[in-house]
Unconditional design. Sequence first.
Length: 124
Amino acid sequence: MHATIRRWKDATKLIAEIERRAQEVETIVSSTPGFVAYQAVKSGDTLISITVCQDKNGTDEVNRRSAQWVRDNFPNETAAGFTPEITDGEEFLTFQAPQRLGNTTTSRTFNNTVDTKPTNEATL
């Protein structure tokens, strides 16, 4: 898996537009070949998005589509100010809480090995 983290500062207008058009943004991002997950986090006027795809080609395509969406939906001078700081790399550890509605299975992946009976003991 490959992940990309994008961070925009002074992104109040971008946050508002993404909130207003969330379904459109979801369709654009989730239709990318190899798409796995997307999260958007706002902290004041800062926006951080995290995209996970099966490979770097997928995250590169999400970055391309995201940039195009910004260019298509904001005046040039505004879009020019929405240049994110981008960090990307290979995912090497992932885990999640069990679902609360009937599925109590927890799994954790480390270096492509899936542990379906993890304990809460961890050494970092």
